[in-house]
Design a protein around this ligand. Structure first.
Ligand code: FES
Ligand code: FES
Length: 152
């Protein structure tokens, strides 16, 4: 089995895995990093949204060989020690989560959006299109606006 080496949450890791194994399986099953959730496995729901070299991506749709030498960040790598990321703080203040299943992906998508767009419009926020079966979209919008005012 080939050795796959990449960086995740600031740490260099090497795992034995077939080149075409989706990264989500590597993260969750081989590395025990379970913040990125398995929803659809086909690049639709975005429950697994994480960052690849600082941009949002869905690791269920990327073979592990494609991230060789690159930097993967999951929700576990977002806080700075005990200090939450401003988007995480805003999420708590706005009490966004219901069941919570989609929320790691929502937060990672929001962080990536705010990197690209300082003060996103409602349409730009809705365009991230991460699915939430609990319907927390209104509070997601509010939390992103609160975070935007702080990080902008
Ligand atoms: S699990 Fe649905 S997009 Fe990755
Ligand atoms: S909070 Fe339940 S699916 Fe989004």
């Amino acid at each position: 089995m080939p050795a796959q080496t990449f960086t995740v949450n600031g740490e260099k890791v090497t795992v034995d895995a077939p080149d075409d194994l989706p990264l989500l399986w590597v993260l969750r099953d081989l590395l025990g990093i379970r913040g990125p959730k398995y929803g659809c496995g086909i690049d639709v729901c975005k429950a697994c949204t994480s960052h690849l070299d600082g941009e949002a991506f869905n690791p269920c749709a990327v073979p592990v060989a494609e991230v060789a030498g690159r930097e993967v960040t999951t929700i576990e790598g977002l806080a700075d020690g005990d200090t939450l990321h401003p988007v995480q703080e805003a999420w708590l203040e706005q009490d966004v989560a219901q069941c919570g299943y989609c929320q790691a992906g929502q937060i990672m998508a929001a962080v990536a959006l705010l990197k690209r767009t300082k003060n996103p419009t409602d349409a730009e926020i809705d365009a991230i299109a991460n699915v939430c079966r609990c319907g927390t979209y209104f509070r997601i919008r509010e939390a992103i606006k609160v975070a935007a005012a702080r990080v902008g």
